[in-house]
Write a protein that binds this ligand. Structure first.
Ligand SMILES: NC(=O)C1=CN([C@@H]2O[C@H](COP(=O)(O)OP(=O)(O)OC[C@H]3O[C@@H](n4cnc5c(N)ncnc54)[C@H](O)[C@@H]3O)[C@@H](O)[C@H]2O)C=CC1
Ligand SMILES: C[N+](C)(C)CC(=O)CC(=O)[O-]
Length: 485
């Protein structure tokens, strides 16, 4: 399993840790703040409820998280290091020097919002290992990461970093020319400076500014950005007409960007006070959960439309599908045939996995078993198949959004025509539901039962014989209304 070291486990480091962990990496975090473990656990909880809701294929098993006592311990053996310490160049220099004292050749991405890679690399032991990997909050949901190299970085190494970022579901934007605040933060800073003026000048409150964004252009930007949006705003004549109409505004007083408000206590109190009035009734964690649920909704719509950030999610699912290993079950025990994850469409109004999905999960398991004994699609195309004659589902627990489930098969009985299965749908080894089924082997053209092919029976019968020695599962043979003894 690949290993990431996260140096600084605050808002952004916590988000990186969650993204790596949920994509199956081992993660070691170093942060001297005694509260770091608690706050990271809260971020991770929100991430666990959010990221799997974007995925339509089972995510890899979650990696392991470790808090290291020293920076050297965290980076030891790491394949990748992400620095997310506070935005101060002197501090980042000290941290990068300490990292390179232990791991001089390991790639180190810095989350810096504004420093150029060449500034971070000053006096470094190995400047070529350091670059900017600037993410967006929440790191576990938003795909964008700006990858900014300087002339000291090697192009092939940066291409590898972009591939690594894609592997954890991100969209690496290779910023070809280093610049203060990279690409995206130039915009954010421009909008932020305008907003500070509008509040300071008493033109608008923090709430009115947020409404101006979220009721209008914020919605457009999430799906088409700036240029595509303005191209449409030019009507059929497109961008040329837009430029002709709005070009002259560039010389009008439509911005105060050339000027910056004085940053003092009055401004801080004005902004922070209005922000408290606007949103203080909700905790930060509650706001995070509201934000995450809204982002999931947007992102899933974009995914359905194979557009923008949604395309990144589809491509990530396709890569995950290819890397999911085929089952190699132990035939002398109930055989784990399927790995699944509870997806958003599986949840009902009670907030847990809906009953029809248990049948689906059981079919996925049975189908994998049938493929294993040689009765897969080729066999069906040859005119034979197993049809389900009877099913009994017994619920033992609940499965919630994002839970990872396994489907295992125990053969209760088999002969030439009949296949009696007991399927357990389990989470962390605990059975959530069991499904007992009788399947009949049929000649599909004739619509009648018939003996299975010798090749299928040759694979099935030794398993059935081995499973005879297993304890009979609790619940096998039960019928509705029967009292438990
Ligand atoms: N908050 C945001 O919206 C974004 C921030 N960033 C960048 O990410 C970096 C971190 O920012 P945040 O997570 O927001 O800050 P934060 O204040 O939430 O977290 C910083 C963490 O670094 C830890 N730290 C301090 N000294 C350390 C040291 N010597 N070794 C290890 N850890 C140390 C602190 O204890 C703290 O937990 C900054 O460079 C920032 O510009 C990037 C994208 C967005
Ligand atoms: C405000 N900020 C400069 C820290 C913002 C970022 O760097 C990116 C983000 O997530 O908004």
């Amino acid at each position: 399993m690949p290993k990431a070291a996260i140096i600084g486990g605050g808002v952004i480091g916590g988000g990186w840790a969650a993204r790596f962990l949920l994509n199956g990496w081992e993660v070691a975090v170093y942060d001297p703040d005694p509260n770091a473990e608690r706050t990271l656990a809260a971020v991770l909880n929100n991430a666990r409820a959010a990221l799997p809701a974007l995925s339509d294929v089972p995510m890899p098993p979650e990696g392991t998280l470790r808090f290291a006592a020293t920076l050297a311990e965290a980076v030891s053996g790491a394949d990748y290091i992400q620095e997310s310490t506070p935005e101060r160049l002197d501090l980042k220099h000290r941290v990068l020097a300490e990292v390179q004292a232990s791991a001089p050749d390991t790639p180190i991405g810095s989350s810096t919002s504004g420093y150029k890679p060449s500034q971070l690399q000053e006096n470094a032991r190995n400047p070529g290992a350091i670059f900017v990997a600037h993410p967006f909050n929440p790191v576990y949901l938003l795909p964008l990461v700006e990858i900014v190299p300087s002339a000291a970085n090697d192009a092939a190494g940066i291409a590898d970093i972009c591939a690594l970022m894609r592997d954890i579901g991100m969209f690496p934007l290779h910023v070809r020319k280093e610049i203060d605040a990279h690409i995206a933060d130039r915009f954010l800073e421009a909008v932020w400076r305008e907003a500070l003026w509008l509040v300071k000048d008493g033109v608008a409150t923090t709430e009115e500014i947020d409404e101006a964004i979220r009721m209008g252009f914020g919605l457009r930007w999430a799906q088409m950005g700036l240029f595509e949006t303005f191209r449409i705003a030019g009507g059929e004549a497109g961008m040329r007409h837009f430029l002709a109409q709005f070009g002259p505004c560039l010389t009008w007083p439509w911005t105060r960007l050339m000027d910056v408000p004085e940053f003092n206590d009055d401004l801080v109190n004005l902004i922070a006070g209005q922000s408290d009035d606007q949103s203080g009734h909700l905790s930060i964690r509650e706001l995070e959960r509201i934000r995450d649920a809204n982002l999931i909704g947007f992102l899933r719509v974009l995914k359905e439309r194979n557009w923008g950030a949604g395309r990144v999610l589809l491509e990530h699912d396709a890569r995950q599908r290819q890397t999911t290993p085929a089952p190699t079950p132990d035939t002398a025990a109930p055989m784990v045939m399927a790995q699944m994850q509870v997806l958003p469409g599986w949840i009902d109004y009670n907030g847990h996995m809906t009953e029809s999905r248990y049948l689906f999960a059981s079919s996925e398991t049975t189908d994998a078993f049938l493929r294993f004994i040689g009765a897969g699609l080729d066999y069906v195309q040859g005119g034979h198949s197993y049809y389900t004659a009877e099913t009994h589902i017994l619920h033992h627990g609940e499965a919630k959004l994002g839970h990872r489930l396994t489907g295992s098969v125990q053969v209760l009985g088999a002969d030439e025509k009949r296949l009696h299965l007991f399927i357990r749908i389990a989470r962390d080894g605990e059975t959530v539901a069991s499904v007992e089924q009788m399947l009949l082997h049929v000649d599909t053209a004739a619509g009648r039962t018939c003996p299975a092919a010798p090749a299928v029976l040759e694979r099935l019968m030794p398993i059935a014989k081995a499973h005879q020695t297993l304890p009979r599962p609790t619940g096998a043979g039960r019928h509705v209304g029967q009292r438990k003894d």
